[in-house]
Design a binder for this molecule. Structure first.
Ligand SMILES: CC(C)(COP(=O)(O)OP(=O)(O)OC[C@H]1O[C@@H](n2cnc3c(N)ncnc32)[C@H](O)[C@@H]1OP(=O)(O)O)[C@@H](O)C(=O)NCCC(=O)NCCS
Length: 158
């Protein structure tokens, strides 16, 4: 797919909080719901707004914009852990996550990291595989009384 000229990425700002929460909830309820049952989706799609406000500022976080509208976000912890990769359900498959991942990889290299790792949902696994991640293990994670399968994945940075 050709790069979308309207897409850009910038650093997260605290005023983005409600937009990223909406993206997170929408991506789980409308996209990941094809791979997890409704009890699992309900357990996953929970947000403590105050905790999120702190967490988003506790590590570099980036927001993808389509024009001026936030359509996705990601982050990077100091050890190379990519915790979040969520794209608005109305803007799937147009390269938003790819652009966010390029940003993460550039930042990681800039910090001298040689490896990225993540816990990919069943939904996100094909995306990360296409972008050079490999599976280390599948795992079963407990979230609010539900068990969800995800995949520990890593990418060695060239
Ligand atoms: C996974 C997710 C982040 C991908 O975002 P996206 O912006 O649609 O991804 P992109 O458009 O950049 O896709 C990049 C490539 O991955 C492929 N891809 C993405 N999702 C895919 C899927 N579910 N199945 C197969 N291929 C997929 C695309 O076809 C594209 O391939 P191409 O380079 O040949 O064109 C998005 O689907 C999402 O938000 N999912 C729900 C939330 C979730 O599970 N997040 C991850 C939590 S760990």
């Amino acid at each position: 797919m050709p790069p979308n000229a309207m897409l850009s990425v910038r650093s997260y700002d605290p005023t983005d909080l409600d937009a990223v929460i909406e993206i997170f909830l929408g991506a789980i309820r409308e996209v990941a719901s094809k791979d997890y049952n409704s009890a699992q989706i309900n357990a996953w799609a929970q947000v403590d707004r105050a905790a999120w406000a702190k967490r988003r500022l506790s590590r570099p976080t980036w927001v993808a914009l389509l024009g001026r509208a936030p359509v996705g976000f990601t982050d990077l912890e100091a050890d190379g852990h990519l915790d979040m990769m969520f794209v608005h359900p109305a803007h799937q498959g147009v390269g938003v996550a790819s652009l966010l991942l390029e940003t993460v990889e550039a930042a990681a290299k800039g910090h001298g990291l040689s490896r990225l790792f993540t816990e990919a949902s069943i939904t996100a696994k094909p995306f990360f595989e296409k972008r050079g991640f490999s599976i280390e293990a599948s795992q079963r994670v407990s979230k609010r009384g539900q068990v969800l399968v995800n995949f520990r994945m890593e990418k060695i940075l060239a």
